[in-house]
Ligand binder design. Structure first.
Ligand code: GLU
Length: 395
């Protein structure tokens, strides 16, 4: 019998990152020796000082609904963080705290997009940008890039993609899935194009800002002409190893923050109160307290990039941030490996899962059909073993 689901959910693709992680868990549950490099999730524990703040919050009886947009003192801490790390001046009425940056992004899309609006997605892009655009009944338009340009789009490409219907661009640096980090000069060159099109809003997803191996951080909204049109998205999941705590936030023009508050008030209310209290501590501590994780990610980046580059036919970028590499595997398309014909990146990812017991994510999900995403948020022995298995399969 056909279940009468809404057209909305029927048109929504499943999240490939979460689907691959679920598949890896399922196979592990069946006793298979799976190395899961699918999910973008630090393998560190949340730092002790943050856990202690959460325990304190429980003992202090933080158990009631919080304000929908987050505790005022958390929003003050977020304003301090924006000033300290991003040179951005926001007041607390411009900040909305949500249940993860994913909800922050969904809020923004829901309050700004109308059916027929176009959303620009520099590809590769995180899987949920396209899905959230679909939910908001907008049309997404990919701006392609390849490994040869370090997965960066040019101002000319941006200009060519803009139409009178363009309402928003999703920008993400350090980038998931490529690890690409745009320089300040590159941001400014893109902003020059956007200056000519005042109807376009910029969603700048900066969730990986602290996981950066050298390029100085830069925020879109710190460009004066962009400030009134940019929504800066961030959260604590990646930098503080707090993925499951679900705290994301935006800094935005006040009218957008107000609309997000209204949207969230009808869907989830305020984010988890204990996690909000712990986030105040996380954000107020010097960033140097989490540097040990970034240092380890950099060692792993070097390790996996070196190992992958030894495999024939795999072209690997050198990620400058986040914890992913995004190799081009198109050399193998059309070839038969271990009895399996590989036509595309999805086939390749499935082959690697089934024959090498290594879970990755197909680049199709990120708008880059020649690549696969490998998360190196895993231990060094796991990374070595995973690449060894892939190399053996491909040889
Ligand atoms: N953002 C992470 C990833 O890309 C977590 C999973 C998700 O929400 O997509 O793997």
């Amino acid at each position: 019998m056909l279940h009468p689901l809404s057209n909305r959910i029927k048109s929504l693709p499943i999240s490939q990152t979460l689907a691959m992680a679920a598949k890896a868990r399922e196979l592990k549950g069946q006793g298979k020796d799976i190395i899961s490099l699918s999910l973008g999730e630090p393998d560190f524990n949340t730092p002790e000082f943050i856990k202690e703040a959460a325990i304190q919050a429980i003992n202090d009886n933080y158990n009631s609904y919080s304000p929908v947009n987050g505790y005022a003192d958390l929003r003050e801490a977020i304003c301090r963080k924006f000033k300290r790390d991003n040179n951005l001046n926001y007041n607390i009425n411009q900040v909305v705290v949500s249940t993860g940056a994913k909800q922050s992004i969904a809020n923004v899309a829901m309050v700004l997009l109308n059916p027929g609006d176009e959303v620009l997605l520099p590809a590769p892009y995180w899987v949920s940008y396209s899905a959230i655009s679909i939910l908001a009944e907008a049309t997404y338009v990919e701006i392609p890039s390849t490994i040869d340009t370090d997965f960066k789009i040019t101002p000319e490409q941006l200009e060519a993609a803009i139409t009178p219907k363009t309402k928003m661009i999703f920008f993400n640096s350090p980038n998931n899935p490529s690890g690409t980090v745009y320089t300040e000069a590159e941001y400014r060159a893109l902003a020059k194009v956007l200056e000519k099109h005042p109807q376009i809003y910029i969603l700048s997803d900066e969730i990986y800002e602290h996981i950066n191996y050298g390029t100085p951080n830069f925020s879109f909204a710190s460009i004066e002409s962009m400030y009134d049109r940019t929504i800066t998205v961030n959260g604590v999941a990646k930098a503080f190893a707090m993925t499951g705590w679900r705290i994301g936030y935006i800094g935005a023009p006040e009218w957008i923050a107000k609309a997000c508050n209204k949207m969230q008030g009808q869907i989830t209310s305020g984010a988890n109160c204990i996690a909000q209290r712990a986030t105040i501590t996380a954000l107020d501590e010097p960033v140097s307290r989490i540097q040990y994780m970034v240092d380890e990610f950099k060692i792993r980046r070097d390790l996996i990039t070196g190992l992958l580059s030894e495999i024939k036919g795999i072209k690997t970028n050198i990620a400058q941030g986040a914890f992913y590499v995004f190799p081009d595997v198109s050399y193998y398309f059309g070839k038969t490996i271990d009895g399996v014909k590989v036509e595309n990146a999805s086939d390749f990812a499935m082959l690697v899962l089934e024959k090498a017991n290594v879970a990755t994510v197909t680049g199709d999900a990120f708008g880059a059909p020649n690549c696969i995403r490998i998360s190196y948020a895993a231990s060094q022995p796991e990374l070595k073993e995973a690449v060894k298995r892939i190399a053996e399969l491909l040889s």
